[in-house]
Design a protein around this ligand. Structure first.
Ligand SMILES: Cc1cc2nc3c(=O)[nH]c(=O)nc-3n(C[C@H](O)[C@H](O)[C@H](O)COP(=O)(O)OP(=O)(O)OC[C@H]3O[C@@H](n4cnc5c(N)ncnc54)[C@H](O)[C@@H]3O)c2cc1C
Length: 468
């Protein structure tokens, strides 16, 4: 097989494929079906290295990559097929981006049941990673809101799965990282909204203990909560953060506040679609060093008010601040970066403190980390979110001293009954997978029923020995 450069395609359709972290990279033949029938059967053309579905490539690591094999891109198969106001459901093709869906449903008074921190993912990717949002404590993961899905199997057949009639196959697909088949379409339950603005409370939080207390208390009052943590702060400031908590504003809550809203947002259900600002072409190599990140994190903390109540924020600003800078993943340079995201069960706060302390003492060169908390897990054997805390941070891959530290933290997380998020991972050691995901064998048995010839495969699956 020839070896094209990133962004180029050889005559036989081979491309270099990466995740959002741009590291690692591998070459695969990429096909781009343009209708649902083609998408459903595309994996049948897999050769010995197998096939894997791909959405918008927002998973950070190697889950939508397949070195030497076939990658089936779903993004040409997108669109809202039906919006049922009486049932509050949307039937959508799997390659539809959450952004595309929001454009159609927000003006109609609906929001996504669950959204991650970017709107540039597909519905198929949301199901395959069983994604979580800032409201997991209130809403659970994405899969919990899928009423039914159509799965294209690698033998060319198609199955409609519902959680009531095909529970094993349905839940193996939610969180199954594309390894049970290609999601072709799904019907999802939506969340009703009266306005497209959020009423947000902001607090500067001085340390980790205060943060965990505020997050636990806030869960009873707010639907959405997220903390941006300065992982470079140490000592008494360990875990200092900016905590944002809120919910969609009701119509009657806009009346007094309306004057402060920008004109284009005056329509109560307007979907604010601020176009992303392009990333500057050349970011000086030396810009991302510990000094500049330290200064940025300090500035971010200080720029937020100590305490602010009932600020109205748009969907873009509250849910998707990172989307405002187009291609921000290039900021880390050609060698890319990785994200480390763990879940630690309630009761293991000592381990969480140890993790934050270790990263702070290492001076991990990370822009703000995100800390959230999760509610009950859905029935998916490989779902990431479950009752506990989650911490996510980006680090450049150029810091060679970070590997051994993250390996040690992986062990701590596994020992504490926690896990790493497969949609973010590019470096976990395979021996920790069954410890972190104790229902792995149950998932494997269902998966093998759906794909007995093992035609589905991915770089992540090979690296982590996902299939056993
Ligand atoms: C800035 C940013 C913020 C994020 N925030 C969050 C967050 O808050 N919460 C969270 O849970 N995640 C978060 N993520 C991760 C992201 O939501 C998931 O990785 C999601 O799966 C990406 O979807 P995608 O369409 O880009 O899929 P890809 O990245 O292309 O693929 C991801 C996985 O889905 C599978 N897949 C894709 N399409 C299909 C299909 N049609 N059928 C079967 N399998 C398929 C692939 O095989 C792969 O295993 C974030 C990512 C970024 C870049």
């Amino acid at each position: 097989m020839s070896g094209p450069a990133v962004g180029h395609r050889s005559a036989d359709g081979v491309e270099i494929v990466t995740g959002w972290g741009r590291n690692p990279a591998s070459a695969a033949r990429v096909v781009r079906p343009t209708d649902a029938d083609e998408l459903a059967v595309a994996a049948k053309a897999a050769g010995p290295r197998g096939a894997i579905a791909r959405g918008l490539g927002r998973a950070y690591g190697d889950s939508a990559m397949n070195a030497g094999g076939l990658v089936v891109s779903s993004t040409g198969v997108s669109g809202l097929l039906d919006l049922d106001h009486s049932r509050g459901t949307a039937r959508v093709l799997a390659g539809t981006s959450l952004d595309g869906l929001l454009r159609a449903i927000v003006p109609e008074g609906w929001f996504l049941p669950v959204t991650p921190g970017t709107r540039y993912i597909t519905v198929g990717g949301a199901i395959a990673a069983d994604v979580h949002g800032k409201d997991h404590h209130a809403s659970g993961s994405f899969g919990a809101h899928v009423q039914s899905l159509v799965l294209g199997l690698p033998d060319g057949t198609r199955r409609t799965l519902t959680p009531d009639h095909d529970a094993d196959e349905f839940w193996a697909t939610c969180g199954g990282m594309g390894m049970t088949g290609t999601v072709v379409e799904a019907t999802i339950r939506l969340h009703p909204i009266e306005t497209s603005l959020l009423r947000v409370d902001t607090d500067q939080v001085p340390d980790l203990d205060t943060l965990l207390t505020l997050l636990s208390e806030g869960g009873r009052r707010y639907r959405y909560s997220v903390a941006w943590v300065d992982v470079l702060a140490r000592g008494r400031s360990l875990g200092r953060s900016v905590l944002l908590q809120g919910d969609f504003a009701r119509l009657d809550e806009l009346a007094g506040a309306h004057r402060r809203i920008r004109p284009r947002e005056r329509e109560p259900l307007a979907y604010d679609t601020v176009p992303p600002v392009p990333m500057p072409r050349a970011v000086p190599g030396g810009l991302l060093n510990k000094g500049s990140i330290l200064a940025f994190n300090e500035l971010w903390y200080r720029l937020h008010p100590r305490r602010r109540r009932d600020e109205l924020q748009s969907i873009s600003r509250f849910f998707y601040p990172l989307d405002l800078l187009d291609g921000w993943n290039q900021m880390y340079g050609p060698r890319g970066f990785l994200q480390w995201q763990c879940m630690l069960p309630f009761g293991t706060e000592g381990v969480l403190r140890y993790v934050v302390e270790s990263l702070a003492n290492h001076r991990a060169p990370s822009f703000l980390a995100v800390l959230k908390y999760f509610g009950a897990a859905d029935p998916a054997p490989l779902t990431f979110a479950g009752p506990g805390w989650t911490l996510a941070l980006d680090v450049p891959t150029t810091d060679s001293t970070l590997g051994p530290l993250l390996d040690r933290l992986d062990n701590q997380v596994a020992d504490a009954g926690g896990r790493l998020y497969l949609a973010k991972d590019s470096r976990l050691r395979p021996e920790l997978l069954p410890v972190m995901y104790p229902r792995l064998d149950e998932w494997r048995a269902v998966r093998d029923r759906l794909d007995p010839d093992r035609r589905l495969n991915s770089d992540l699956a090979r690296r982590l020995k996902l299939l056993g």
